[in-house]
Design a protein around this ligand. Structure first.
Ligand code: IMP
Ligand code: MG
Length: 177
């Protein structure tokens, strides 16, 4: 496979992601076997992960998306709702699908917001977790991979809106920042 010129090294290959999404899909199918959860993807970073994950969920699920902005460049900033949900979630089980938990501010805010809208239960599944960067008390209920404190791109993750389409998760070259 040809590695993008701005990628220093591949951290997680497409094959590893596919394998992990199968495992997560099995766990989620088992956890939600008695109900139809609403998976809520946070745009835009969750899109490739959401697509890979739902293909491996064997029960019925509904899908919705929210767009919240919490990032500019390489440092977290404030959380702002840009696109809200379309489905009512009152008394429903909601599964937030996110690319990465970094400081945790985004997920903490979104989780609280979904409870305010009347969700019965809000769980989180994250492709990546960077525990070293956490600033607020939040954790994912299911995690794909725990990664070190490095700025990563690919499989949904961007740097200035680029690289989301890379089929792997990689570390960006210093020269590309
Ligand atoms: P948090 O609120 O600090 O947890 O930020 C989470 C958001 O920051 C994620 O949804 C990503 O959009 C972005 N983010 C955090 N770390 C990275 C990274 O290494 N690469 C690209 N985006 C990141
Ligand atoms: Mg994001």
């Amino acid at each position: 496979m040809v590695i993008h010129k701005d990628v220093e090294k591949i951290l997680i290959s497409n094959e590893e992601i596919a394998k992990r999404c199968k495992e997560l899909g099995n766990e989620l199918s088992n956890y939600y076997k008695n109900e139809v959860p609403i998976t809520v993807g946070l745009l835009k970073g969750s899109v490739p992960f959401m697509a890979e994950l739902v293909k491996n969920i064997a029960i019925d699920v509904e899908m919705d998306f929210m767009d919240v902005s919490s990032y500019s460049g390489t440092e977290s900033t404030e959380v702002k709702i840009i696109k809200d949900l379309e489905c009512p979630i009152k008394d429903r089980s909601v599964l937030i699908v996110e690319d990465v938990i970094d400081t945790g501010k985004t997920l903490k805010t979104v989780k609280e917001l979904l409870y305010t809208k009347g969700a019965k239960e809000v769980k989180i599944v994250c492709l990546l977790d960077k525990p070293a960067r956490r600033e607020v008390d939040i954790s994912a209920d299911w995690t794909g991979f725990v990664i070190p404190d490095e700025f990563v791109i690919g499989f949904g993750l961007d740097y200035n809106q680029k690289y989301r389409n890379l089929p792997y998760v990689g570390v960006i070259k210093k020269s590309a920042i």
